[in-house]
Ligand binder design. Structure first.
Ligand code: GAP
Length: 499
């Protein structure tokens, strides 16, 4: 096996932060994500994963599943999406899973109240404050004006709604009063559509875990502390869907509920925070693109004692990709109360009976997929073999997440090269996703693979005919090595498992 450095040299960064438009366009062009029902004009808040997107999403989910369920103290389940409607009364979703919203009477646009106010510009904010609170506006203190505007818009939204222009049609004073809007999708079981047959599409996967707590514990003979993990679809009738895969009406969650003895919850909460942040970093997220956001005590969800979000630096700003929550004994106590069945745990050693506390790690699979794409996207000036420089788009996805692990090229379509390349492709195919490309200049073929994040490209060239070696080119450094073709499978498997 001989080593050979690429003569083309290393790539250099050619672009600043990526825009959402570039991500959306790459996703469509290369088959990561398509608009749902596109030929009918699309359906808002729903997206279809194409061949490469399905592969990427599956790889993210597989990495998460491995991370969680390969532990001795975490079991996996796959619960039904449809659950008994009482589940959602017990969970608090029927009562609390609401957003305040307003409609424009003129153009019928609907807005989430907090987002409507968030999007008011600093200039407009001043104007509104001049009308509503002239004394504060006259102070000229920008921070005070912003803080008072935020406070008043929460306490007395009507004051501003009466004088705010609709962002869609521009009319003033056309907003309705704020109303509570439940985000759960309702449907009916059986042929009769009445209140007795209402069920909901689950808005989170967590409840399927809570109601199975004792089933899983006794079947797997786990002792507390232990966790239950689940990946699955969740549905929310979001008022404003936004930013591609970020806020959608149908999405996938990867949730793990860890059951602990009360009093040990704070320690486990810290443990899981650390574990979850490290998972993203190990899969290639730039540490500077991640941050923690602690929920203010007044803004905690109805079930939480403490909550932190892992936020990612999206092109549109910081956005939550995962929540870590100390849910206390809220969930199990409520399900005990509503079902009349005991969900207490009996500790054989101490002979104590108690309701466990729950530490939840709740990541969005689809939202993480968007974050991994943004994190991986780069535009670089790459030297070509001919001594010129061209811009390459490259997805620097972690090799374990990359949809295709390798691509095989014959340098030219003659002299027996395609046959050798096909043989290599056939050897690799049972072990990893691999593609074969024989069309166009080899530089173009590299670019096509860079753009979809393929970590290794293998080229069969004239030297292969003489010594049975091939070049293996690494995506990020563009460095090429010569490898004996009969050692290629173990070479690539070694690279992928070490990554
Ligand atoms: N069981 C707790 C729970 O569901 P959440 O903060 O509402 O907590 C957890 O949601 C994660 O689910 C979020 O961090 C996000 O990644 C994902 N998520 C929530 N709503 C979403 C939506 N409308 N579209 C895409 N992902 C969403």
């Amino acid at each position: 096996m001989a080593n050979e450095r690429a003569s083309a040299g290393a790539p250099t960064k050619a672009s600043g932060p990526v825009s959402m438009d570039k991500i959306v366009s790459l996703c469509k062009r290369r088959g990561f994500v398509f608009q749902s029902s596109e030929i009918y004009g699309g359906l808002n808040g729903a997206w279809d994963y194409g061949p490469l997107g399905a592969e990427l999403l599956n790889n993210i989910k597989a990495e998460w599943w491995r991370e969680m369920t390969f532990r001795e103290n975490v079991e996996g389940i796959d619960a039904a999406i449809l659950m008994h409607p009482r589940v959602w009364e017990a969970s608090g979703h029927v009562e609390n899973f609401t957003d305040p919203m307003v409609d424009c009477r003129q153009c019928k646009s609907r807005f989430r109240l907090d987002l409507l106010f968030d999007e008011v510009s600093a200039k407009k904010r001043k104007e509104l404050m001049r009308e509503a609170e002239p004394k504060i506006a006259a102070s000229g203190d920008e921070e005070l004006i912003a803080a008072e505007f935020r406070k008043l818009s929460e306490l007395e939204p009507q004051k501003f709604l009466a004088i705010l222009n609709c962002p869609t049609c521009g009319n003033k004073g056309t907003f309705t009063e704020a109303r509570k809007f439940n985000l759960m999708f309702k449907t009916f079981v059986g042929p009769v559509e009445d209140s007795g047959s209402v069920v909901y599409l689950r808005p989170e996967t967590a409840q399927g875990i809570f109601v199975n707590f004792l089933n899983v514990q006794s079947a797997s003979r786990q002792k507390i502390p232990f966790g239950i993990a689940q990946i699955g679809k969740a549905f929310r009738n979001e008022i404003n869907t936004k930013n591609f895969l970020f806020r959608t009406r149908e999405f996938e969650q990867m949730e793990m509920q860890f059951f602990v003895k009360p009093g040990t919850d704070v320690e486990w909460f810290e443990y899981w925070r650390e574990q979850r942040m490290q998972w993203f970093v190990r899969l290639g997220m730039a540490p500077g693109a991640l941050q923690w956001h602690q929920h203010e005590p007044g803004k905690l969800a109805h079930y939480a004692k403490d909550a932190y979000d892992i936020e990612f630096a999206f092109p549109f700003g910081w956005g939550e990709i995962e929540g870590v929550h100390n849910r206390t004994d809220f969930d199990l106590s409520r399900h005990e109360q509503f079902s009349g069945k005991s969900l207490k745990y009996f500790d054989e050693q101490t002979k104590e009976k108690f309701t466990p506390f729950i530490i939840e790690t709740s990541a969005g699979a689809s939202r993480s997929c968007l974050a991994f794409l943004v994190n991986a996207y780069a535009e670089e000036d790459a030297p070509t073999g001919e001594g010129t420089v061209e811009t390459r788009v490259v997805l620097k996805l972690h090799p374990r997440l990359a949809p295709m692990k390798a691509a095989v090229f014959p340098l030219v379509n003659r002299d027996g090269m395609p046959e050798i390349a096909r043989k290599i492709e056939q050897d690799l195919r049972p072990r990893m996703r691999v593609s074969y490309d024989a069309s166009g200049a080899v530089g173009r073929r590299y670019r096509r693979q860079d753009e979809i994040g393929t970590p290794y490209c293998i080229t069969v060239d004239s030297q292969t005919l003489a010594d049975q070696t091939v070049t293996v080119r690494e995506r990020d450094t563009m460095v090429q090595e010569r490898i004996a073709s009969d050692g290629l499978v173990s070479y690539l498997l070694g690279k992928l498992s070490a990554a």
